[in-house]
Design a protein around this ligand. Structure first.
Ligand SMILES: CC(C)(COP(=O)(O)OP(=O)(O)OC[C@H]1O[C@@H](n2cnc3c(N)ncnc32)[C@H](O)[C@@H]1OP(=O)(O)O)[C@@H](O)C(=O)NCCC(=O)NCCS
Length: 361
């Protein structure tokens, strides 16, 4: 396959500045603006927007993964980006990648040339399992079904791109939104029911940085996200989390003024943390909120702890971010227990993404 991008197009390693006010930050700032435009062009809204100051901490040196990123330039102008993440777990065979181009440059072979770069870097780092996610907006025409039996997506430009480069669809993920300006009566009622069903547990709550008394319990639950979330035939390394990893994770939010609220359920008899839910908002508290990880440890399932931590989190969030219009969340389409909770709370589907995988020979 042709390794070279079309004439006038180049892939340039992105300089990661030490801070957003640094003299060499302009490329990072422009990359962020293009990233936000790409997401707006795909989804039709700005809820995935992030500021350069908020994105930058995610690209600072990290003991747990290597993140390589290039800007895609046409005649010097940034028209997209591509990147690959290489987890540091021992013996990892995994790589996670993304290619994101402004719509005006699609269909000219730029994505395919960027993909050649991604695969070359994966091979250089002995990574054979390549995985990637993309939103596939609703469109007429042929559709592809997830092998899980849950969900399908249109065979659109991005889907054809993955297929042509040897990828198979593994899982469909649903994005859902909850209107935060609507009445909370349902959530209050669900919260009361969950409290009754979970009488052996109490809710504890904090904001990043994680208070020392919760670090160990939170670290264990974060590590179980890598083993216990429904993954279809996608592959994830089992992650080890400790106080250092929690501190880095938390700093990614707090360094730029983002707010991360963690709502957890504690087993009263043992003191163990058994379930948690995360809600996040950027420094601009009028933007959309994001529900990030939610998990109930396996041994504690069946006590409505998922419902408990989600409802308790949302109820306090009303006071934290009263001007935020909605909460966005992502779930595997086959994750019925979690979708049941979200649907009961009032989340409605807004978009579907595909999770794609290729195993290199
Ligand atoms: C998916 C994406 C990366 C593809 O990039 P792209 O540059 O449009 O891809 P290419 O141009 O290499 O290939 C796309 C099409 O152009 C055709 N094409 C490739 N080279 C061409 C050329 N030189 N001239 C004309 N057409 C060409 C391909 O055959 C393909 O056609 P098809 O849609 O009928 O299958 C891009 O659309 C994008 O950024 N989408 C939004 C983000 C996203 O979904 N990313 C997915 C990976 S994370």
């Amino acid at each position: 396959m042709n390794m070279h991008p079309p004439a006038g197009v180049e892939f340039r390693p992105l300089t990661i500045p030490s801070g957003i006010d640094a003299s060499d930050a302009s490329d990072f700032i422009e990359m962020t603006r293009v990233r936000n435009q790409v997401y707006r062009e795909i989804s039709g809204h700005d809820d995935e927007r992030i500021t350069a100051a908020e994105l930058l901490p995610h690209y600072q040196p990290d003991a747990y993964e290597t993140r390589l990123i290039w800007t895609v330039r046409e005649e010097g102008r940034i028209v997209g980006r591509c990147g690959i993440d290489l987890p540091h777990e021992e013996g990892s065979t995994l790589a996670f990648w993304q290619i994101e181009l402004l719509r005006e440059v699609w269909g000219r072979g730029i994505g395919s040339a960027a993909y050649q770069l991604i695969e070359q870097i994966a091979r250089e780092h002995d990574r054979s399992v390549l995985q990637s996610w993309a939103e596939h907006p609703q469109a007429p025409g042929p559709r592809l079904s997830a092998p899980t039996g849950f969900g399908d997506i249109p065979e659109d430009h991005a889907a054809r791109f993955y297929l042509r480069h040897g990828y198979t669809l593994q899982q469909v993920e649903r994005a859902s939104a909850l209107d935060l300006q609507a009445p909370f009566d349902t959530i209050e009622a669900l919260h009361r029911d969950a409290q009754q069903a979970a009488a052996d547990y109490r809710v504890v709550q904090w904001f990043a940085p994680t208070p020392s008394e919760w670090v160990d319990g939170y670290a264990w639950m974060k590590s179980r996200m890598s083993t216990d979330a429904p993954a279809a035939d996608l592959e994830f390394d089992e992650e080890t989390w400790d106080a250092d990893r929690i501190a880095l994770h938390d700093a990614r939010y707090t360094d730029s003024g983002r707010l991360l609220q963690v709502t957890a359920a504690q087993h009263v008899a043992t003191g163990e943390l058994c379930a948690f839910n995360e809600l996040v908002i950027g420094a601009d508290r009028t933007e959309a909120s994001h529900q990030e990880d939610t998990l109930v440890l396996r041994a504690h399932r069946g006590h409505r702890l998922g419902m408990l931590v989600k409802c308790a989190g949302l109820l306090s969030w009303r006071g934290i971010a009263p001007a935020s219009p909605r909460v966005i969340t992502y779930n595997a389409e086959e994750n019925r227990p979690m979708l049941d909770i979200n649907e009961a709370i009032g989340f409605r589907p807004i978009a579907y993404s595909g999770a794609w995988k290729k195993v290199l020979p």
